[in-house]
Design a protein around this ligand. Structure first.
Ligand SMILES: Nc1ncnc2c1ncn2[C@@H]1O[C@H](COP(=O)(O)OP(=O)(O)OP(=O)(O)O)[C@@H](O)[C@H]1O
Ligand SMILES: [Mg+2]
Length: 481
């Protein structure tokens, strides 16, 4: 039962009200108003009824004191006189909940008390809500601070990434001034800015991936992502979900939604390396995406836009693969719009010295070892070799020599000869002309560059010396000085 404190200097009044209300309220009575505040603060009393005219203090004065000390207590004033003016003013100032005239009516009194308690409860809830709001606000502020911090972190990370990217692009600079290489680069620059697919062709290690990166960097999409997928290293069963992604539960094992590379590459570049190895079944699916610029994830029916630029690369002869039935002709023609052929290293040997210097500097930087000189003898060896593994092989050889050279000169010991003689990677067949050139050089080395006469190269090769000379001229074979 709710407690009410009733203050009145007349004992009779106190008792009457107490009895009249006892069914609903526990009325505590008090004759001396000066003790009211004390009692209110000790007991949990939410509502006070006070007489207006008392010898010690008026009800309004008491109300004023209560408001100051216990602002939540609801105050009702009982008065026998109609001093309405003063009461009205007090009510308007918000100090008093209601005033009731004596003699009071029990129904009216009861309803007033019910309202008073309700008001008290509402105010309490209000205070709670306000407090909650303050707490929420504080939490929000903290969250905002955290977001601001994260944003800053991201910005810093971005700057760092950009720096790394710049460093990386420096280290992926295309080296070589030969006509052959510069021609390819010019071609690449022209097509990079368009949105058409590019097909990079070239033997292993010629720099297809490097050119693909360069094409991306030169394109309008350079600030967006370049996604690489190597068709030769992804198992056939996985390649479709790699490219298309899948919805959750699309098949057993698809526990989560997975974004495919088409989607990840949105607004950027998709580099499909070793496209010659793309399974036959996948080829029409890729073609559809390239033609319609949209696709669905596996197990999904929502159509997703695919705005990516395709760069594909292969070391296979795709036309031969088409003839053999390993590559679909429709996809081949779609990809072959802008084919770029990267020459094998043996066709731009003049770039070898610059490339060798470049790789040497890279290894010096990486290891802290300083090998500053490539002696002519070493360079000659590099120039003579036919490089079936192209620039990658050159890079590997330089690295090996860098590790094995004891001093500050890059040296190629016996290991290089062995390497040199080891069967040139059978997948990399030399052209007949190149083969002929190598063979003539080898013969000339044996005869110490003697062409004519007994034990001369012409005799060994069983051809006319002048024929040999004209062949040498045509193939650009000159005696080293
Ligand atoms: N012109 C060049 N200048 C500097 N470095 C190069 C050049 N061409 C290739 N390289 C380097 O040679 C290595 C092999 O190049 P890359 O991986 O691009 O060849 P690839 O054609 O993709 O080979 P594969 O067919 O075997 O995948 C890389 O380390 C690359 O940075
Ligand atoms: Mg590659």
């Amino acid at each position: 039962m709710q407690k009410v404190l009733y203050v009145d200097d007349e004992k009779n009044n106190l008792v009457t009200l107490q009895i009249a209300l006892r069914k609903w309220f526990d009325v505590l009575t008090l004759e001396n108003p000066e003790q009211a505040i004390d009692i209110l603060s000790r007991e949990d009393i939410k509502v006070i009824i006070t007489d207006q005219r008392m010898p010690q203090i008026t009800g309004l004065e008491l109300a004023k004191q209560i408001k100051e000390k216990l602002p939540n207590v609801i105050i009702i004033i009982l008065t026998a006189y109609g001093d309405n003016e003063t009461m009205l003013e007090a009510i308007n100032q918000g100090g008093i909940f209601r005033y009731l005239l004596k003699p009071w009516d029990i129904k009216d009194m009861k309803q007033t008390l019910v309202n008073a308690f309700e008001t008290h409860e509402l105010r309490r809830k209000n205070i709670h809500l306000v407090n909650d709001l303050i707490t929420q606000n504080r939490k929000l502020q903290l969250a905002y601070d955290e977001i601001a911090l994260l944003k800053q972190n991201l910005e810093e990370e971005n700057i760092q990434l950009r720096d790394e990217f710049i460093e990386q692009s420096l280290s992926t600079k295309i080296i070589g001034q030969s006509k052959a290489l510069r021609g390819v680069l010019r071609q690449l620059e022209q097509v990079a800015r368009t949105n058409t697919s590019i097909l990079l062709l070239g033997e292993t290690g010629t720099g297809k991936e490097l050119f693909a990166r360069t094409a991306h960097t030169l394109s309008q999409r350079k600030d967006n992502i370049m996604v690489t997928i190597n068709c030769a290293t992804i198992p056939e069963s996985l390649i479709e979900s790699e490219l298309f992604g899948h919805e959750k539960g699309a098949f057993t094992g698809a526990a989560k939604l997975k974004y495919g590379k088409f989607e990840v590459a949105h607004l950027g570049t998709l580099f499909l390396d070793e496209i010659g190895e793309l399974p036959l079944l996948m080829q029409p699916k890729l073609l559809r995406v390239l033609q319609e610029n949209e696709f669905e994830r596996l197990g999904g029916n929502k159509t997703i836009k695919a705005d990516f630029r395709l760069i594909a690369a292969t070391n296979r002869n795709l036309l031969t693969e088409v003839e053999k039935g390993n590559f679909r002709s429709d996809l081949y023609y779609r990809l072959n719009i802008l084919p770029i052929q990267i020459p094998p290293l043996r066709e731009h040997k003049e770039d070898i010295p610059e490339l060798a210097e470049f790789f040497l500097a890279n290894f010096n930087r990486k290891t802290g070892k300083t090998i500053s000189l490539i002696p002519k003898k070493s360079l000659d060896k590099l120039m003579e070799y036919h490089w079936p593994g192209n620039i990658r092989e050159l890079e590997n050889i330089i690295e090996r020599a860098h590790v094995l050279s004891p001093g500050n000169k890059l040296e190629f010991g016996d290991w290089f000869l062995q390497h040199n003689n080891s069967n040139p990677n059978t997948s990399q067949i030399l052209t007949l002309e190149e083969m002929e050139k190598q063979h003539i050089i080898t013969t000339l080395k044996i005869t110490r560059w003697k062409i004519r006469g007994e034990n001369g190269a012409a005799e060994l090769l069983q051809i006319n010396p002048s024929t040999l000379e004209s062949r040498m001229k045509k193939l650009g074979i000159e005696r080293p000085v």
